[in-house]
Design a protein around this ligand. Structure first.
Ligand code: IVH
Length: 479
């Protein structure tokens, strides 16, 4: 049945439902401000789906029902970008950023340059092409010249509109941005992957890239992804009268694309530094990973005058944050006794700053992990923080190992109460079986006072530990 055999009132009803659902998605995924409860969305969605089941001709590519994932592919089709997807030069510290600014001032022969400053997302670059307002192609960056057609997968991302909003958009719009996976969704995905004995991803960026480059869009549909847009691949028609990046973002936003509101337009270097500092200290609190800020010349004419190099543009720079990896030396390996008696080995380190946070101890999880890493007191190790705040050991630099460093021997007795440690055959974590172990008591009481539990103020870890060790505090009643 083609579109013309569908009764006009049914067609109108479907159009109305599509529009309404798209509007709700926009409020939910882009404005973060839903206008209807989830059940109402589901109800509208089901109504549209039923109509489409009855009249398959209604199932247009911009229908919200078409996000769920098409049939699997054998391979991705290669697509050539109409203009190369270039990269950014990095500034690794303030001095290099100031060099960039001097270069801009010199070349543009101006005393001050207006910049637009935004977050640098740590994800996967994607190009979207809209024809007559409908998403017609999504491609990866690839080598910058040619990428892969991942349209079926990108269509499953809720913050990517299948249809642009309003009526003012151009007949052809080429948008570029970054697909990211939120840190919570990344953790959740890995928990599921682990349970199902599937590949565990090492960080949200790899998880996002792995999900986008999936031949089966149904798998991508099950992954929670997001996309932020940060530019266009072909200039807008002069009739739009946009003269700056800021103005482009205004248009993209108007057309329903996900532009991050956290940006700064300024010609004050001091304010750019403040933006950098603020984000670097806040980066752990963001829902997704960023690895720096991007500073772009805001004026489009000036950008054009500056031009580009083979691999990067000359009008922007990525001012990177301090790396999330650092080296330190293991002073000793201690074993902690937890609330349930679990013994956890911990490496005590020479304090080191990892991405702005001082780390002086790092968990080694269990004896198997110590063996796998072959970490010993005296070793130089690489620590990283990724996806979450908890630092991890990524590897040992064995070349730096002191000659006398001995493999760590896991204690046979509880380091706190001296009770013989037990470890069941199938368990990986050794335990102290003594329920009266002062450490277990203290940990239980600490847990009891914590925010997630009773949230008791004024009793800290230090006091509880001391009182438990002296025998004055044995259970919660003793408080
Ligand atoms: S603008 C001509 N803005 O960083 C280059 N890129 O190292 C235009 N990226 O390939 C890129 N956040 O994938 C731009 N706010 C942002 C970005 C951003 C992340 C990525 C992008 C690019 C890479 C360059």
């Amino acid at each position: 049945m083609n579109l013309f055999e569908i009764p006009a009132e049914i067609r109108e009803k479907a159009e109305k439902l599509k529009k309404e659902l798209n509007r709700h998605s926009y409020h939910y995924y882009i404005l973060d401000d839903p206008v209807v409860p989830d059940q109402e969305y589901d109800r509208l969605f089901r109504t549209l789906k039923e109509l489409e089941d009855e009249y398959p001709g209604l199932r247009t590519p911009d229908s919200p029902t078409q996000r769920v994932g098409a049939s699997p592919l054998k391979a991705f089709r290669t697509v050539k970008h109409s203009t190369a997807m270039l990269s950014l030069d990095n500034a690794l510290n303030e001095e290099e950023f100031l060099d960039f600014d001097s270069r801009m001032r010199k070349e543009l022969e101006k005393e001050k340059i207006e910049y637009i400053v935004e977050q640098k997302y740590d994800g996967l670059a994607i190009e979207l092409i809209y024809e007559d307002g409908v998403l017609s192609l999504a491609a990866t960056r690839g080598d910058g010249i040619e990428g892969e057609d991942v349209t079926g997968n990108i269509r499953t991302i809720r913050s990517v509109p299948l249809k642009l909003m309003g009526a003012g958009y151009p007949g052809r719009l080429v948008v570029r941005g970054e697909v990211v996976m939120f840190k919570d969704d990344f953790r959740e995905l890995n928990t599921i992957q682990e349970k199902e004995e599937k590949k565990v991803f090492s960080n949200p960026r790899n998880a996002a890239a792995g999900s986008v480059r999936q031949l089966d869009p149904k798998i991508t549909a099950g992954r929670k992804l997001n996309m932020f847009v940060y530019g266009i691949g072909e200039p807008l028609d002069p009739k739009y009268k946009v003269k700056s990046v800021r103005a482009i973002y205004g248009k993209l936003k108007e057309w329903g694309l996900n532009v991050n509101p956290d940006m700064l337009v300024s010609d004050e270097i001091g304010r750019i530094k403040e933006y950098y500092d603020r984000l670097e200290t806040r980066r752990d609190k963001l829902e997704y990973q960023i690895d720096g800020i991007v500073v772009k010349v805001n004026d489009l004419e000036a950008q054009q005058a500056l031009g580009e190099l083979t691999h990067s543009v000359r009008w922007a720079v990525a001012w990177k944050f301090k790396p999330m990896e650092a080296a330190s030396v293991v002073r000793s390996i201690e074993v902690q006794v937890g609330r349930t008696g679990a013994l956890t080995p911990v490496a005590i380190l020479d304090p080191v700053s990892v991405g702005g946070v001082t780390v002086s101890r790092v968990t080694l999880h269990n004896p198997d992990e110590i063996e796998r890493l072959d970490v010993r007191a005296g070793d130089t190790i690489i620590i990283h923080r990724a996806g979450d705040v908890i630092p991890k050991v990524s590897r040992v630099i064995t070349e730096n190992r002191p000659k006398n460093a001995k493999p760590f021997l896991f204690p046979e007795k509880c380091p706190v109460c001296g009770t013989r440690v037990v470890k069941e055959e199938e368990e990986i974590i050794p335990r102290c079986p003594n329920q009266n172990c002062p450490s277990q008591i203290a940990e239980t009481l600490i847990h009891f006072t914590e925010r997630d539990s009773m949230d008791i103020e004024g009793v800290g870890t230090e006091w509880i530990t001391r009182l438990a060790e002296s025998g004055l505090l044995r259970d919660v009643a003793d408080f």
